[in-house]
Design a protein around this ligand. Sequence first.
Ligand SMILES: Cc1cc2nc3c(=O)[nH]c(=O)nc-3n(C[C@H](O)[C@H](O)[C@H](O)COP(=O)(O)O)c2cc1C
Length: 184
Amino acid sequence: MKRFVLAITGASGVCYAQRLFDCLKPNAELHVIVSERGTELLNLELGLKVSYFSGDHVTVHKNSRINTSIASGSFSVDAMIIVPASMGTIGRIASGISETLIERVADVTLKEKRKLILVPRETPLSTIHLKNLLTLDQAGSLVMPASPGFYQGQESMDDLVDFMVARIMDQIGMAQNLMPPYKS
Ligand SMILES: Cc1cc2nc3c(=O)[nH]c(=O)nc-3n(C[C@H](O)[C@H](O)[C@H](O)COP(=O)(O)O)c2cc1C
């Protein structure tokens, strides 16, 4: 079973994280971390409340609790996905600040040369945002802006969410049947 860290931060688009969680849950060990602002966005956009628990190969960690196994480089994960990734979190990771668990695990993921996928959502992007994204790209992370395509007959918001989640699943090597490969 593959092992992933799924981090949810305070940007719009927490529906991507919820869908990714639902798709990964049956076949992966999941470690979920939600930032304080991410908690607010989950409530605001989806009416969801975060509860902390461990069981059934899912653990929800407190972002304030950095003294935990997943904060160590010896805890091997297949990928960390930050979706949605706020510009605040991106800036702090790009600066090497690893104060919260999300920032620390991202820092460790980069230093251990593991896969770090960032799904930012902000518009427009400032020079600072762009520089931070470039820094993280150059440090080895993969930047996948939350920008679904409209060319495969998408009819609903769910289809647009699935487009992004399918691309993330492809990147982390998880089989998906949400969206077939593009055919002309
Ligand atoms: C309703 C709401 C929507 C927001 N949407 C975004 C967004 O789409 N992208 C972004 O980068 N920041 C957004 N922010 C700002 C971040 O939440 C803020 O910078 C926060 O400090 C990020 O904290 P975190 O990265 O620890 O979650 C939003 C804030 C609020 C209250």
